[in-house]
Design a protein around this ligand. Structure first.
Ligand code: ADP
Ligand code: MG
Ligand code: MG
Length: 893
């Protein structure tokens, strides 16, 4: 160990915090220093829960370790020794003592829970001498050697880098030779022999013996935990969840308790409420005579905790029946924990000779559906307030609920059934590896990842897949937990499918399904179906409606939608949109019944010819607006006049050109000539937006006429029409002044007398800078942040995809500027434009209609800048309503 204290002078004096016996040096508040696991271990001790004593090495030490080029700070050794001594005193055993040995676990634990990312080592402190001491002391040699073989495997894998497959192969070989099915059927003699084989394997692989010095073991394990912070799967997980590498991980060293000492021992995991549905029901799995991750690893089929949990057709006895006294104690403890943490807990426990020990608790991951139900229930139970409930739900997770589910009446061919591990429905082509899932996803293909079981190495593939199917593993298996966290549909433990990785196929229900064939999963029932099954729209009542109602009570930002079709407008209104923030009119131009007239208008060489073509367009545009105004009765509708450059509408082939020529009564060459003339070198920055309106005012005049006539017609039906006319791509005051005059003249001519507004989209940096002047004519600004981001950063949105991820990884930018507003870039322009606009016109209406309008973090920014509304795509509306409520709670205006 080399000293690094000099390099990090601010490293705290205290590097190690002890816990145990009803007290702890740390506390729940110290998550940053102790990590989530360490802080909660300390907290559980202070709550008086049975926790094996131990100590936590702080995350600061991990940071110092990396800063010093992977060397421990000098002060650490003495503090770790002291921590070990305290454990020894508490349990009355000594580390490395051949007659009465203390064994410990070495566990990682970062601030944010990173399930399965870091490796835990159990039974550390065993060697050829202490294993005999443990056997003698417990009178259970079989158990001692079982623990030793587990320890060698874990330590060799995690610390020494000898792959665990080698040991599993030896174990399988031994079971085959002895003709037994389960690990628990191996005898003391078998295990002793296995330990010898394991040690031999280590010697073979490394050329050195398995370390017998228990202190060397301990330091090796601590180092391995720190090193695992930078392993590829941890890095992937952090990237996916925006966890900074600078946080580091803590290390927990804790006295071992044994769930593998016999049939009055067990290990288990539990959720205080159902993490899939949110139902208030204790829920979990356990295994008798087992240790650590056996439950999650799918080695044996885990047993349910409760009698009620047995419903799923299983005949395995529950903990409630097998160990009623311990079960009762567990129930009392979980109730105490839920009341204390005021949230659903995910807990890990071990039973040693009928004595219950708590090993971990954390707020449980849950599906969006469960998060709604738990929040609503906890408010009713007076455990939390409505505000807390709102702040607890991840707005983006709502997406899971807004999409279609399987049509219960659809025809389906069920080929297998597994556990309903993570709800939702998904169809896609079958793939068998994470790599294949990723590359298919890159080709925009929907895939279902099918694995015997998943491990942390598969995370990137799980991310790329629409759904996950595993043959092995329970409701708390890796696949299930990770899928629920990702909001992905998952069916786990479908025991009757037989996967053949080599041939890339699986057999189920008498069929063979090959790679590339389509299957459908129902994560709510566990069904696996052949082919694609029809879906139905989601039900947005119940808890969802309750939460949305609470959100609407507290938010101050209005939520509108970007919609140009009647279907989008209707959907958005059902999702609670309070108006249209952006109705693009060019999409209307592309419809088959009018594109020819649009093209005639474009190729027209004279005003007269252009007006003739526009006259054909007027009635169709009016009809479009009539429909939209009817749907949005009583709500404002912002209509943007023509934006894209004209060449985008031009015919692509001879036949289309001929059609246009015929319609306009000109030769085809005239059409070709005009097309060449209109060609844009850089269409994003070209002759478009209000620049077209300045050159050809009759285009905007026609559009304004159509919308005012439509508004008049719908108002006459007794509906309330609130038109807001938006002029795109303005950069000077004069542009807006001229275009507003065109619009106002049409309102007059159409005889529309009700109120309407004219404003502009702020999508050029110059417009943001000149917002004070532009506001002289603008009654509203809508920030078009897609184009504003492109024009400010000089990055095109489509090209960004090829390098933004790289930029994030290399720390050039923190987040994708096309997703989240950057306070120092585009955000600063918005802030400035808002200030300057308000200075000219107090109370000017300010909205945002770029993609950012549906991004929760950007919505927080909009709240702080004091915008009036955000506008987003229809399916984002509920997400924006919740995000706006959270923004209002965090930053009251
Ligand atoms: P993870 O962060 O992946 O959940 P843990 O550090 O919680 O990893 O360890 C995994 C499992 O190892 C625990 O759930 C528990 O079953 C077992 N374990 C950890 N420490 C101990 C201990 N001191 N005694 C007995 N079992 C332990
Ligand atoms: Mg754990
Ligand atoms: Mg634009």
């Amino acid at each position: 160990m080399k000293s690094s204290a000099a390099k990090k002078p601010e490293l705290a004096q205290k590097l190690v915090y002890s816990f145990g016996d009803g007290s702890a040096e740390g506390s729940a508040k110290m998550k940053n220093e102790l990590g989530g696991k360490g802080a909660n271990l300390a907290d559980m001790c202070q709550l008086g829960l049975p926790v094996p004593p131990g100590f936590t090495v702080t995350t600061d030490v991990c940071v110092a370790y990396y800063d010093a080029g992977k060397h421990f700070p000098e002060a650490l050794a003495a503090q770790v020794e002291e921590g070990v001594a305290k454990i020894e005193a508490a349990v009355g055993r000594r580390f490395g003592d051949a007659s009465n040995p203390l064994l410990v676990s070495v566990r990682s634990g970062a601030r944010a829970s990173m399930p399965g990312m870091m490796d835990t080592i159990l039974n550390l402190g065993l060697n050829d001498a202490t294993v005999e001491g443990l056997a003698a002391k417990t009178g259970n040699a079989r158990f001692a050697y079982d623990s030793y073989r587990r320890f060698i495997q874990m330590y060799a894998d995690v610390v020494l880098g000898v792959d665990h497959d080698h040991f599993e192969d030896l174990l399988d070989l031994m079971k085959n030779e002895r003709e037994v099915a389960l690990d628990t059927d191996l005898t003391e003699a078998d295990l002793k022999e296995l330990v010898a084989q394991y040690k031999e394997k280590v010697q073979q692989a490394l050329g050195t013996p398995f370390p017998q010095d228990v202190h060397e073991q301990l330091w090796g394990a601590i180092r391995a935990v720190f090193d695992s912070w930078m392993n590829p799967r941890a890095i992937t997980y952090r990237n996916l969840h925006d966890i900074p590498a600078e946080w580091g991980t803590a290390v927990n060293v804790q006295s071992m308790v044994f769930g593998n000492m016999g049939n009055d021992c067990a290990t288990g995991v539990a959720f205080t409420r159902n993490p899939s549905t949110g139902e208030k029901m204790f829920y979990g799995e356990f295994l008798v005579n087992a240790q650590g991750e056996d439950v999650v690893a799918g080695i044996r089929t885990p047993q349910p905790l409760t009698i009620a949990g047995k419903a799923e057709g299983g005949d395995l006895p529950s903990m409630e029946e097998v160990m009623p006294d311990v079960f009762a104690e567990l129930v009392a403890i979980y109730k105490k924990m839920e009341a204390h943490y005021r949230d659903m807990q995910d807990i890990e426990f071990t039973v040693e000779n009928r004595k219950l020990w708590m090993l971990q608790t954390r707020n449980g991951k849950r599906t969006a559906k469960a998060s709604m139900k738990i929040a609503v229930d906890m408010v009713a139970e007076k455990l939390i307030t409505k505000e807390e409930a709102l702040l607890r739900i991840d707005p983006l997770a709502l997406d899971q609920l807004l999409h279609p589910t399987l049509d219960p009446n659809a025809k389906k061919q069920v080929i297998a059934k597994g556990l309903p591990a993570s709800p939702g429905a998904a169809s896609g082509k079958v793939v068998f590896t994470a790599e294949d899932a990723e590359s298919a996803n890159a080709r925009n293909e929907k895939v279902i990842l099918v694995r015997i079981e998943t491990s942390p190495e598969d995370i990137h593939g799980m991310h790329a897949a629409r759904g996950i199917l595993t043959a092995r593993g329970g409701m708390t298996s890796h696949a299930a937990v990770v899928a629920r966290g990702m909001g992905k549909c998952c069916v786990s433990g479908a025991g009757d499918i037989r996967i053949n990785y080599a041939r890339k196929e699986f057999a189920a229900g008498g069929l063979t399904v090959r790679e590339g064939e389509i299957i459908t999963l129902n994560g709510s029932t566990g069904e696996v179906m052949l082919g694609e099954v029809a879906t139905v729209q989601p039900n947005l009542s119940g808890d969802f409606a309750t939460i949305m109602g609470w959100a609407d009570e507290v938010r101050t930002l209005k939520v509108r939608t970007n919609a140009e079709t009647p279907l989008d407008a209707k959907t958005a209104r059902e999702f609670g949109a309070e108006g249209i923030g952006l109705c693009r009119t060019e999409h209307m131009f592309f419809e088959a019944d009018r594109i020819t007239a649009v093209r005639e208008m474009i190729i027209a060489e004279t005003l007269k010819a252009r007006e003739a073509a526009l006259a054909k367009l007027l009635p169709v545009q009016r009809a479009d607006f009539v429909e939209i105004f009817r749907i949005m009765d009583g709500l404002p509708v912002t209509i943007r006049l023509l934006d894209p450059p004209l060449h985008e509408f031009l015919p692509h082939n001879e036949a289309e050109m001929q059609e246009v020529a015929d319609g306009a009564g000109v030769p085809i060459d005239a059409v070709k000539y005009r097309a060449a003339q209109l060609h844009e070198a850089n269409p994003m920055l070209g002759h478009r937006g209000c620049r077209l309106g300045i050159t050809y005012p009759e285009i905007y005049a026609m559009q304004a006429r159509a919308l005012f006539e439509a508004a008049k017609q719908v108002a006459a039906e007794g509906k309330t029409v609130l038109p807001e006319i938006m002029i795109p791509l303005v950069m000077t005051r004069k542009e807006l002044q001229l275009m507003k005059a065109v619009v106002d003249a049409q309102a007059k001519e159409a005889g529309f007398t009700a109120p309407y507004q004219v404003g502009t989209m702020i999508e050029l940096p110059r417009a943001a800078l000149r917002a004070g002047e532009i506001a002289e004519h603008a009654e509203f600004f809508s920030f078009g942040t897609n184009d504003l981001t492109q024009t400010t950063l000089g990055i095109s949105r489509d090209d960004a995809a090829s390098f933004i991820e790289d930029y994030k990884r290399k720390g050039v930018i923190e987040s994708d500027p096309f997703v989240t507003l950057d306070q120092d870039g585009v955000g600063e322009l918005i802030r400035l434009a808002a200030e300057r606009g308000r200075a000219t016109r107090a109370g000017i209406k300010l909205g945002i209609c770029g993609e950012h309008g549906g991004d929760p973090a950007s919505i927080g920014f909009c709240q702080r800048v004091g915008l009036s509304y955000v506008s987003c795509s229809p399916y984002r509306v509920p997400i924006a309503r919740l995000a706006a409520a959270q923004a209002a709670l965090r930053d009251p205006q």
